[in-house]
Ligand binder design. Sequence first.
Ligand code: ADP
Ligand code: MG
Length: 471
Amino acid sequence: MEHKNESRLTSTLQDKKEFTDLESLWEAALGEIELQISRPNFVTWFKNSQLIDKKEQSAYIALPNTFAKEWIENKYAKIVFAALRNLDGSITKIEFIVNNSRLANKLRSKARQNKIEITQQSFPEFRIDPETNLNPRYNYANFVVGKANELAHAATSAVVSDIGSKYNPLFLYGGVGLGKTHLVQALGNEIKRRYKSSVRVKYVSSEKFTNDVIWAIRNKRTETIKEKYRLVDVLIIDDIQFIIGKPSTEEEFFHTFNALYESNKQIIISSDKPPKFMPDLAERLRSRFEGGMIVDVGPPDYELRFAILKSKLEEKGVGLSDDVIGLIANKIQKNFRELEGVINRISFYQNIKKSDINAKIAEEIIAEIIQEPIKNISPSVIIKTVAESFDISLMDITGQCRKKEVVEPRQIAMFLLRDMLSLSYPTIGEKMGKRDHTTAIYAFEKINKEMAKNQNLNQKVLLIKEVLGKE
Ligand code: ADP
Ligand code: MG
């Protein structure tokens, strides 16, 4: 996608600052990179990146795994290079390396000798407590309550003061970006704050849970799941919809659920839809969920959007007139993530230009943000994204070639068409180059099974999903 306004914004960055350490250089570069790619892409690919060294005009960027390295090399090398060079003119070359590779370790130990401080990327949102998996950024103080979320807010607060008895399980559902993760994490953080170590809290996304189950099965260590998830007093599982239809994960979750429930431990679940609209949900889980408290988080009205904008702008120290805030609240209706995107860009703009945002500039910024659809993924977008991520052509992925490098991505595309869009098998066959429906069934089953055994494949598929904007 073209970002004409952005290049104009970034090109105004003439007064280059001096960067004395790698971390702040990388942080500033990330700030620019973030503006050029969609939010899901940014978070997926850059969240665990580090600038680990800079020598002889080369910058070395460490990434968590080979897949991320290849992806960034292929797709974002130019953007990364431009961002770094823009900030530090001495850089003429960049190199991506896999974290924990020999080279990365060597550079790191050298940096340590030179006392260059390297820490994990210090976005506040990535400072996660390893014990609870909670992100301190989400709390009640920065959660704005309005009509759309007041019931959900009240229910989570009730759980904080009355753990494991009244609302158990608590099931929150609602569309993407409406604050479910924020609320359930705020609940966890509040319990932590109030009860300290006397109440053990654990937050887990259902993708992480799935990965843990897959790992445990593969390594014949299913007891680790028990140790990890059954020894807590409060278990928060986010986006439960992603474990539905994965039999061994569902099974494991069912046992975890029962074990906790029977000993009066608190369970909090979030989902994109209520249990009754989850057709593939096993009946035994459905009845468990329906036995607790179910609350929805609805789309925000104008007042709530306005209030959230005001509070976020304050948090970031960005001043904006009420007129302009009203304009943004009017235009961006569906999703708080888009709101945050607008705020980030506005704050960037003000920092760089040192000038106020008027209605016209605000409209330009909004127009760019809402061009990036996060939801409503079409079949062709899925097929295209899979092809791109494996670097094969659209012709190949839908064609007849039987080479392994093409067959696997093809099957992954069919898997995702079923998994994410619930398309019928004949439709999937049709979209994938007029194949028979049995081929689509076979592909789905194969990838589904394979993902349970093959961590690498599993990770690839999850990453593609994240790129597609489904977290
Ligand atoms: P979901 O999990 O429902 O997809 P999130 O909790 O991730 O949504 O919310 C998206 C973003 O919007 C987050 O950055 C979150 O902090 C913010 N947000 C959502 N609801 C509120 C609210 N009521 N007050 C303040 N920020 C909110
Ligand atoms: Mg969420």
